[in-house]
Design a binder for this molecule. Structure first.
Ligand SMILES: *Cc1c(COP(=O)(O)O)cnc(C)c1O
Length: 368
């Protein structure tokens, strides 16, 4: 059997009639931009998170960038970001004309190490963007303490962690603002691009909404220099169909992770994901570590198992940051892990049999 890393097709087939009906009715109503579908999804997602408002936008990258703008981050400022993440997290800092200051990650959970973050704070530091990487919550209680002491804004990057919690409280409700992506393969994904922002402070929330809507307060009244960043009605309709299933899907991801853990825990050469106490890890991806990563990946491919590396080059070592002159010895954990991490197949519809086949292939590789 061929086992792919993710399979969005099974999910669509399982809910085809509901999705097709939502798409067809949106088309019939010809309400493509804005309108009731978008408002409805914003309300539903706000209720899911337990916040007053959600502001939808074009994608997760836009949401991070708009939030930095709302907090006045610009030229001359520094923003702390983890060394291990998808490029969006640091890209948006540079787009604002500010400088990303990379922080190495915790060796067990892969999220930003708060102590190292604090050590990198300077007079120019304005904000921190913690990432709930792979679905594991960043250490928000500690980061918020640090932020309070140094008067910094905290923007949670929740792109990989819809529904994750710390002490039972959802991520996206800990920081001064939060960013979500609905890219198709995220834990809650649409069929194109989509994103959302959470901004508890009402005046700042108004500003974020205006920026995403051409700086408009009301139609033809442009109060500030805005842009166009919208979740379209088709995507909103699709997300409204999917949202009620998110909890069930998340529980399945957690069960799959437990199964992998049971099957692989005795393989001494492989490091399995760790979940901190009090945290709900939502396993956007299931990441293991092995010093023989590349050979293992090849072996798995030969045995019908697709795997992928998140991420083969940590952010400080990307060519676009060459001018910052960052060195591997300054980010030892991220540098080591870029050579060792491997994401195994993970999606809600994955079967027990498939997980067994993946685990067998991993075990066979080490038994050769
Ligand atoms: C996917 C992702 C984003 C941005 O998402 P887009 O919607 O593709 O712009 C941001 N941060 C992280 C960590 C992501 O994984």
């Amino acid at each position: 059997m061929q086992i792919s890393l993710v399979d969005l097709g099974i999910q669509y087939q399982n809910m085809k009639s509901e999705i097709d009906e939502a798409i067809a009715s949106t088309l019939t109503q010809t309400a493509f931009i804005g309108g009731q579908r978008v408002v409805q999804f914003e309300e539903e997602f706000a209720r899911y998170l337990g916040v007053d408002h959600v502001i939808s936008c074009g994608n997760g990258t836009d949401s991070l960038e708009i939030l930095l703008e709302v907090f006045g981050v610009g030229v001359g400022d520094e923003v702390l970001v983890p060394a291990l993440s998808w490029i969006s997290t640091s890209e948006v800092v540079a787009t604002r004309g500010a400088t990303p200051v990379f922080v190495d990650v915790d060796p067990d959970t892969y999220v930003m190490d708060p102590a190292q973050a604090e050590a990198k704070i300077t007079e120019r530091t304005k904000a921190i963007i913690p990432v709930h990487l792979y679905g594991h919550p960043a250490d928000m209680p500690t980061l918020m303490d640090i932020a309070r002491q140094h008067d910094l804004r905290v923007i949670e990057d929740c792109a990989q962690a819809h529904g994750a919690t710390i002490e039972g409280r959802k991520i996206g409700t800990w920081g001064h603002a939060a960013s979500f992506s609905f890219f198709p393969s995220k834990n809650l994904g649409c069929y194109g691009d989509g994103g959302a922002m959470v901004v508890p402070d009402e005046p700042l929330a108004d500003q974020a909404r205006m920026i995403a809507r051409h700086g408009q307060k009301t139609r033809h009244d442009h109060r500030l220099h805005g842009r166009n960043s919208r979740l379209d009605a088709l995507q909103a309709a699709i997300l409204s169909v999917k949202l009620p299933y998110l909890e069930e899907w998340t529980e399945l991801r957690i069960q799959h992770a437990q199964r992998y853990h049971e099957l692989l825990k005795d393989v001494a050469e492989v490091q399995l994901p760790v979940t901190q106490p009090d945290c709900r890890h939502v396993f956007h991806v299931y990441v293991i570590r092995s010093p023989k990563r590349d050979e293992l990946k090849e072996y798995l491919a030969e045995h019908g198992v697709q795997s992928i590396v998140h991420y083969p080059v940590a952010l400080p070592f990307q060519a676009c940051y060459d001018d910052l002159g960052l060195r591997p010895e300054d980010f030892p954990v991220s540098y080591q892990y870029q050579h060792e991490v491997l994401s195994l197949p993970m999606y809600p519809e994955l079967t027990e049999e498939a997980i067994g086949q993946v685990a067998d292939a991993v075990k066979q590789f080490y038994a050769r």
